[in-house]
Write a protein that binds this ligand. Structure first.
Ligand code: FAD
Ligand code: NAG
Ligand code: NAG
Ligand code: NAG
Length: 483
């Protein structure tokens, strides 16, 4: 083992979890040598952090050169090589070039690989990182129509971001954005509803709609007048967007043009499409409709990236295939921790927390894992991080600020809950999930200024039954009641 490079801490992965973990190890233990081993040439960094509530920050994610991390944290070394094997017994990590690294504490932050609807199909693109996003941009430049599969934040954001091509959006649920957004919020974003009820002095973005059987189609025309709408929209004819949504479907088959002809099946033509148009690829959905498109974007979640660690190690996995970790972020291998998309927490979670593979959680887990690794070496006691008390996430959809707190879709409540809603089309959408008169979760869309109050109400479990529906009465300033 004399040829192994010796480090106190090792972190595998240069994503949000790995980089946050390394940065926190440096803060806690600046004299210790830490190695970050990553397969990617660039690492991810959190920037522009804006605290929103006790458990929640808004921030941007940026890609950086590894040297920047080394400069900011001088006792961190970044090695740009894939790990090929872990000998957890001897505490040695092997990389492709044959280098070996020994550690006292290791944190695996190797993320996940997008689940593809079809592996290695040249027309199926999984979007994961900047590289694949660039590849996507390039192909998008030449495309006229794409098919997006998936119903999470990624698919939703793509549908919003991508302009200038026709989009067919295949969603396996009854509604779009089921992962984050419930049917009510989906209605909020469905611009049809916004159209008539907005007061005429409200900034209004005009759109044109045609509803066509089970398909909803809409195209953008006209300008962006409200402050929130500026960013994503440029007024140019080639930035028009046409979205056709197919609900409750999955991809059944992928055909080439020749295969389609041989199958004797016929494909759906959208309006204005020439009857004899030929597409690079055809997709058959489970509702038996076939669409031609330039390529398929698969945004259907990730498979935890664990395979290189399994060889020779008795790793325990969670039911979703991630590395099982306990309250102190430890895997089943001694001195091996895990954080971010690769892990599956196995502890009994707090009532209002659950795992969702998001930046917010990758960051919380990375920093908490660093504390656990350091405390274990220093023989200090550690307490569960406050971030695991409450699920919280902040993002932007369609230019609106979206804050999600607690059991926002009634998760864990087995249908025993009520919903309070306040919905001002084009302005805000507030949903509270209530059980026994106590708030369990919320979705806040728009500039509601209620996030801190609601976070407190969920954490404190204050009995709100006396307020009834007045809790969301806009004439009552609830912040004054509870702050
Ligand atoms: C397209 C897309 C968009 C998303 N958008 C959002 C969003 O808007 N908001 C949000 O909150 N979440 C979003 N997510 C989810 C979010 O990206 C993840 O939850 C988060 O990035 C996970 O971070 P991580 O550090 O655990 O893993 P990753 O970011 O996946 O990093 C894993 C790292 O491990 C390295 N690695 C893997 N295997 C090895 C190996 N064998 N050897 C060495 N290094 C290895 C990789 O190179 C990489 O650096 C999105 C996900 C996708 C795919
Ligand atoms: C790096 O670690 C060494 C000891 O290993 C210590 O002397 C030095 O101060 C550390 N550097 C910084 C910038 O913390
Ligand atoms: C996951 O690991 C595999 C090999 O084990 C690798 O090919 C893939 O790029 C990894 N994914 C990520 C996101 O690093
Ligand atoms: C987590 O697992 C490790 C290794 O099995 C064990 O030593 C540690 O006590 C566990 N921590 C908790 C909080 O269960």
């Amino acid at each position: 083992m004399e040829d192994a490079e010796v480090f106190t801490y090792a972190v595998i992965g240069g994503g949000i979890a790995g980089v946050t973990c390394a940065e926190h190890l440096y803060i806690l233990d600046p004299e210790a040598r830490t190695v970050v081993i990553t397969a990617s040439g660039l690492i991810k960094a959190v920037t522009n952090v804006l605290p929103i509530t006790k458990t929640l920050d808004m921030f941007d994610v940026e890609e950086r050169l590894p040297e920047q991390l080394e400069n900011e944290c001088p006792n961190i070394t970044v090695v740009k090589e894939p790990v090929t094997r872990l000998n957890a017994g001897d505490q040695i990590i092997y990389t492709t070039s044959g280098r070996k690294f020994s550690y006292k504490k290791l944190c695996i932050c190797s993320g996940g690989t997008p689940k593809l609807i079809s592996n290695n199909h040249p027309s199926v693109l999984g979007i994961r990182d900047t590289e694949s996003a660039q590849q996507f941009q390039e192909r998008l430049g030449k495309a006229q129509r794409i098919l997006i599969v998936g119903n999470g934040g990624i698919a939703t954001e793509m549908v919003y971001e991508v302009t200038g091509v026709d989009i067919i959006w295949a969603v396996k649920d009854k509604h779009t954005s089921a992962t984050f957004i419930d049917p009510g919020a989906a209605e909020f974003f469905k611009p049809e509803l916004g159209k008539d009820k907005i007061e005429s002095n409200q900034p209004l973005k005009r759109r044109k709609y045609t509803v066509d059987g089970s398909q909803t189609q809409y195209g953008h025309i006209g300008g962006a007048l409200g402050p929130d709408w500026h960013s994503g929209l440029r007024l140019s004819s080639d930035l028009k967007r046409k979205v056709t949504i197919e609900y409750q479907v999955e991809v059944k088959n992928i055909f080439s043009h020749e295969e389609l002809i041989n199958s004797g099946k016929s494909c759906c033509k959208l309006k204005e499409e020439p009857l004899d148009s030929i597409w690079p690829v055809y997709v058959e959905l489970s509702n038996n409709k076939i669409y031609g498109c330039d390529f398929i974007v698969s945004a259907t979640g990730v498979v935890p990236n664990i395979s290189v660690f399994q060889d020779g190690n008795n790793l325990r996995l969670g039911s979703d295939g991630g590395l099982r970790i306990n309250e102190s972020m430890e895997t089943s291998l001694s001195n091996v921790y895990a954080a971010g998309d690769v892990c599956s927490p196995s502890w009994e979670p707090a009532q209002h927390w659950f795992q969702m593979r998001l930046w917010t959680q990758a960051r919380h887990m990375g920093s908490y894992a660093a504390k656990c690794m350091y405390s274990s070496l220093a023989n200090e006691e550690i307490y569960m991080d406050f971030a695991f008390e409450l699920f919280s996430h902040a993002t932007k959809f369609f230019g609106y600020k979206v804050i999600i707190l607690g059991l926002f879709n009634g998760q864990k409540l087995e249908g025993k809950y009520e919903i309070l809603l306040r919905f001002t089309p084009g302005l805000e959408y507030i949903k509270c999930v209530m059980a026994d008169g106590k708030m369990q979760g919320a979705i806040l869309i728009g500039e509601t200024d209620l996030e801190e109050t609601f976070e407190n109400l969920i954490l404190n479990q204050m009995d709100l039954s006396q307020y009834g529906e007045d809790l969301l009465n806009p004439d009552i300033d609830i912040e004054d009641y509870f702050d």
